[in-house]
Write a protein that binds this ligand. Sequence first.
Ligand code: A2H
Length: 253
Amino acid sequence: EGIGPQEYTAVKMEVVDWSPTAASEIEGKVGGRKVYLVAATLRPETMYGQTNCFVGTAIKYGVFAANDKEAYLCTSRAARNMAFQGVFSERGKVEQLLEIDGSKLVGTKIKAPFGINPEVYVLPMENVLATKGTGVVTSVPSDSPDDYATLVDLRKKAEFYKIDPKWASIDPVPVITTPAYGDMTAPALVKQLKINSQKDIKQLAEAKELAYKEGFYNGKMLVGEFKGESVQDAKVKVRSAMIEAGLAFAYAE
Ligand code: A2H
């Protein structure tokens, strides 16, 4: 990371069905607004390959009024940043509708904007930081080693992680091809670096670096409106298309 702000794309994942534990807490508190989990990503061009979304089970989230029609679920830290970036109807003002534990969100069904799988589930991830982005991470296991390693953990130990295996049943989708790693960059790197789980933080950091560089400099899109184009070109185009469609907004910190 360089100096100066990190420019994320904040992806709006509309709630389709709350988990039962979340439903009872949310009921009657959002004033008829549509609620979106908001995920911060640096790789908007990979959004075609979303298979689920991650939250931290020990993180506290809030649901914040964006305007009369929409509410966003993220950390209160992110909501404050959004307010000062003009994301909400009144600049600088944060209106929290409720607070909810990350653990209660697991099993919620949400829309995945631009996803080849249009609906996905919320799952737990151990390494979600409350101090970065929105605290919500959309998962693209084809291109993110962290996402892939976590998905494999969840599938291997569904009971331990208290999830219904059905929630982790969507397979990685080929989105980008690279000369070094083929159509499934993250699985290839996880294998090559012998990464066993999401706890292998050090190797995952290395895999992330390699995946990012190879994808950015040599990657080509396999799907979507910009199929055949380089990742470098598609990155800005997909971001603009998502923002244009009202499915994302710019978020910096
Ligand atoms: B990225 P940076 Cl396909 N805690 O999006 C942990 N990780 C978080 C997070 C948080 N609170 N908020 C965002 N992130 C993840 C896609 C992706 C990402 C791909 C490949 C690599 C990649 C799909 N997940 O990130 O520390 C988000 O995952 C590796 C650079 O600000 C976000 O982009 O550089 C990225 O980390 C932001 O990390």
